[in-house]
Each structure stands twice: as C-alpha cells, then as structure tokens.
Design a protein. Structure first.
Length: 391
C-alpha cells in the first residue's frame, strides 16, 4: 500500500516535499521502578517569545560512538527508527520501517510498493551496549507500508502501523516479545472520525496503560486511545487544553504525566504539558523555540532528557537537525547540543529522534535523507553519549 499523503509528510528541503510535523482502572503491567522527582512545579503560561536554539556547550554529553544502522544487506533504508534496551537479552534493539529488494519474514505481495518497485516491511537489528552488531536481525512485521510508532517496555515491543481497511483508516496494533519476536497480539483498530488522524502514531506507557495517539484536527490537539498491556481497549479521550501537534512523548512520574509535544503553526516550539492521574490539566511550559518533534524522552532520577528537532527556518522550505537536551526536575534547561548541523542549502534533514537511557549512557536514534533525496534515501543512525558526572 502506498500513499501520497505519506510522501507529503516527509521532510526534505526541496520545495516539493515537506513534513507535516505536524484513564482507566489499574491493569497488570510489567513493573517499572523509576526514581520519582520532587513534587512537580506549577507551570505558568509560556512567554510570548524565547531566544533561538543555541547549543550550550555540551559539557554534560560526551560523544563516544556513532553508528550507521542502514543500509544493511536487504534493508535498503530506514525511517521511524526506535532504539530500546531489552533486559531478557541484555542487548539493544534498533527497529525501523525499511524497503527491501526481496520480501522477507513471510510477508505477502501486500507489502509491495509499486511506485518504488520495492517491499515495505518493519525490521530490527540487535547490538551490544557498545553498539556492536551481534549479527541477529529480521523482520518484525509486514505492517509497515506507511507510518509507524513503536515503544519498548521491558521485554515487550508495541507497534502501531497506519493502514486503510475497507476505506476506513486506523492502526494495525501488535505486541511482540522482543526476546523471541513472537507476536502475541495483532489486530486492526479502526478510526472512523475523519478529524482523528492515523498518521504518525505515538505510542507511550502512561498511568499503567498503553496510550496510542494521533493528531486531532478538530481542536488542535491529539486523540488518545488507551489499552491494557495486552492491547485490550480501555477508553479514549481528547487532549486539547493547549494547542499542539503530533510526534510527541509522555512520561509519568510521581503521579504526574509530562506530555511533550510541539505547538502547531510557525514558529514551532517544543512544550511540556502537565496532567494529574485524572487527566486534569495543570499547565504548560515552553522548552525550546524553533523546534518540534520531541519524541525521545527519558528520566534518570535527576534530569529529563529530550531528543527533538530544530527547524532552520520558520516557514517552508525548511530543514531539521536533531538536538539532545537535558532539563532539571522543574524543566529548566541544563544543556543542549546539536547532533547534526545541516543548513537549508544542504538539502538534508535529520528527523524522528528517539532515545534510550542505560548505565549513564544515552542512545539517540534518528533517520536522515541523502541530499535532495526522497524517502527511499532515508537511513538510520545512532549516536551514543556518556553523561558527565560533574558537568
């Protein structure tokens, strides 16, 4: 299945392509043991403006490794990249949409993209903590013809794939054991309301439930669909207290959910919204201006870490660069570095950042196109940073 809408969402700096970066009762879920921060700050309305993004020097982050994940064998490209640590294997896994010359994993002709003459599938590659390939890789899912959102939770991996069934848009939802890659749950979840987008799904673990969300065009917010750990539907709600877009992330600490997103329109800005367990809105704070897609998010007991993209211009055309930032428990900026530094004339963008935190290291994954290239030129990269003990 192919879609012009998907092409229009892809970020390149040529004028013809652009990215539209756009609860229930407790359930039995894997146990997480985060260190909770102090009581959350009371947010106030954001200032009307903030200075453009300037890297603060990077004294907190020390680059120790850079890895190009794709191209790799039959995996010709990569987008919607996710990296996660899987305890059951003591390994890091990188997952991604990819195009293939030859179909793998028993996928049918439905995964064939006639426009490119290639198959579209969802793959993984396994690495050690030092980002050395173990030689283990394979196809996770045949459902990866357009947009995907993935999330690692312990030894489990959740995948939401945008699809169209009988002219109704929605997500193919699946749960995998990331140790064996056995698929325990898989079904199509329809989204009948045309104002609720299936594009660019965000998958998060919030208040003991799986939250899968997308942009809601009716109110300038997002629609959220809640499931148990086994993807049994629990409920849904709209969040539109502050206008925001997709490509988001969430983390729940001490009973407070921090919801990171970006304001729609131009100039974009990364914001953090705050909700209590009943989804009562508590406030918003602007974190970075001229920025969007804060998809990577982690907390180490002292600081929040956010992977997002900087916009080189406030209109079209534009390019994007991946940034890594650290904030204290009141969401004050501690450090910010650029992982890529492309200018508009380079006709290259780095997009869809994600991160994993493990043993005082941050693993940041993202995809990047060749100069003036289309989606078929997107490749997956990972950069590993060691956190300084005395920044």
């Amino acid at each position: 299945m192919n879609s012009l809408k998907f092409r229009h969402k892809f970020v390149v700096v040529v004028l013809s392509l652009m990215l539209l970066a756009g609860c229930g009762a407790p359930v039995d879920t894997p146990t997480l043991t985060p260190t909770f921060p102090p009581p959350p700050p009371t947010f106030t309305p954001p200032p009307t403006s903030a200075p453009p993004i300037v890297s603060t020097g990077g004294s907190l982050f020390k680059l120790i490794k850079e890895v190009e994940v794709t191209p790799s064998g039959n995996y010709l490209n990569a987008d919607f990249v996710r990296i996660g640590y899987v305890p059951g294997r003591d390994r890091f896994i990188v997952t991604f949409n990819t195009m293939l010359n030859q179909s793998e994993g028993g996928c049918s002709s439905d995964s064939f993209d006639t426009a490119h003459g290639l198959y579209r599938e969802y793959a993984y590659k396994e690495y050690t903590a030092d980002m050395i390939e173990t030689g283990k890789s394979g196809i996770v899912s045949c459902h990866a013809t357009i947009d995907t959102g993935g999330f690692f939770l312990g030894d489990d991996f959740y995948l939401a794939s945008m699809e169209l069934h009988n002219n109704i848009g929605g997500w193919y939802l699946a749960k995998f054991n990331a140790v064996t890659w056995a698929n325990s749950v898989g079904y199509f979840y329809p989204i009948s309301d045309p104002q609720k987008q299936a594009a660019d799904p965000t998958v998060a673990f919030v208040n003991g439930q799986i939250d899968i969300s997308g942009v809601y065009e009716g109110s300038g917010g997002t629609h959220h669909n809640f499931f148990t750990a086994d993807l049994q539907f629990v409920g849904k709600r709209l969040l539109s207290d502050t206008e925001h877009s997709g490509f988001s992330s969430m983390i729940t600490l001490g009973g407070i959910t921090y919801f990171l997103s970006s304001r729609a329109g131009f100039p974009r800005s990364v914001i953090v919204m705050q909700y209590n367990p009943s989804w009562t809105y508590l406030g918003v704070k602007t974190l970075r201006e001229h920025a969007a897609t804060p998809q990577g998010l982690a907390f180490d007991g002292t600081r929040f870490y956010v992977a997002y993209t900087e916009r080189t211009t406030d209109g079209f055309p534009f390019s994007e660069n991946v940034h890594l930032a650290a904030f204290d428990t009141s969401w004050n900026l501690v450090d910010d570095i650029a992982l890529t530094n492309y200018m508009l004339q380079d006709q290259t963008s780095s997009i869809h950042p994600w991160l994993a935190l493990r043993d005082n290291r941050l693993y940041v994954s993202y995809s990047q196109n060749a100069p003036a290239g289309g989606i078929e030129t997107l490749q997956a990269y990972v950069k590993v940073y060691e956190l300084s003990l005395n920044p």
